[in-house]
Design a protein. Structure first.
Length: 276
């Protein structure tokens, strides 16, 4: 069998969009595993173009595990701009894990590259302190539960090496949770620079990966800091694959986050047919 695809790179968080309208939801897991395999397209995540629920939206995408994905939303915006010859525009997108259409701003940089800013869902998120087992260690951090994905954030000092513990961290998060995806995000602050190391687990397709960047993880860190400081936050977070800008609007009187967005460059790298 085969399915048409396009591969995009938002800060190297390689995202494969399956564009074949004939693909059935029952095949999502099989196709996603093939697309992410080293022998095939070696992507970090897979989404599927689907029928829009509302005429207000320009497009809709479902991630393979039904999760929300910040970089997936930006990738969808770039893909639609590329296929429709858009130089600069603002439009709405529907996305798995989000209960309402989200605003997306795109601006063409070159034939294959776009600067994309996407509204992030902030309704009903929860933040709490949590301690998670990882092998023989116990890691203390902050749990940010959002629509479609839960992230565990912890400070990762330069002298500590948690790389071998991320899989165990994520599996233990999943045992205690009830969401479509989970992230374990070690972050480090040095000389006013913020560095993030993202790992993500999607139980629905049994995918556990160290990612080059993570949009929703960047959002989670922004939400955490906005809540702690009780003020709006604008930060750039350096990740292995590039920089993601995060903007959080915080209402000091109401003591709550009112809006959020992430922004990065998205490159379209290839298109073709996936054999699976």
């Amino acid at each position: 069998m085969k399915a048409s695809f396009v591969k995009l790179s938002p800060s190297e968080n390689t995202t494969i969009i399956i564009t074949d309208p004939a693909v059935k939801q029952r095949d999502y897991s099989k196709i996603a595993k093939a697309a992410m395999a080293y022998t095939h397209l070696y992507g970090e995540q897979v989404g599927f173009l689907t029928q829009k629920h509302s005429g207000r939206a320009k497009g809709r995408m479902e991630m393979s595990g039904g999760e929300f994905c910040g970089n997936g939303l930006l990738s969808l915006g770039a893909y639609l701009a590329w296929t429709e010859g858009i130089e600069k525009d603002v439009f709405l997108l529907e996305f798995s894990g989000a209960t309402k259409p989200l605003t997306c701003e795109v601006e063409k940089i070159s034939h294959e590259k776009y600067r994309v800013k996407g509204e992030m869902p902030v309704e009903g998120y929860r933040i709490s302190k949590k301690e998670v087992k990882a092998g023989e260690k116990s890691v203390s951090g902050d749990l940010v539960e959002m629509e479609g994905i839960t992230h565990f954030l912890f400070q990762n000092p330069e002298k500590e090496n948690f790389k071998g513990d991320y899989p165990d961290l994520l599996k233990n998060l999943w045992k205690d949770g009830n969401n479509e995806a989970y992230g374990a995000l070690g972050y480090r602050i040095k000389n006013d620079s913020i560095r993030l190391s993202p790992w993500v687990f999607v139980p629905g397709i049994d995918s556990l990966r160290e990612e080059r960047s993570c949009g929703s993880g960047s959002l989670a860190l922004g939400l955490l800091w906005a809540e702690e400081k009780e003020e709006s936050v604008r930060i750039e977070i350096k990740q292995p694959g590039g920089m993601i800008a995060v903007k959080i609007d915080y209402d000091g009187r109401a003591k709550k986050v009112t809006a959020a967005s992430i922004e990065t460059e998205v490159m379209i790298t290839c298109e073709g047919n996936l054999l699976f």
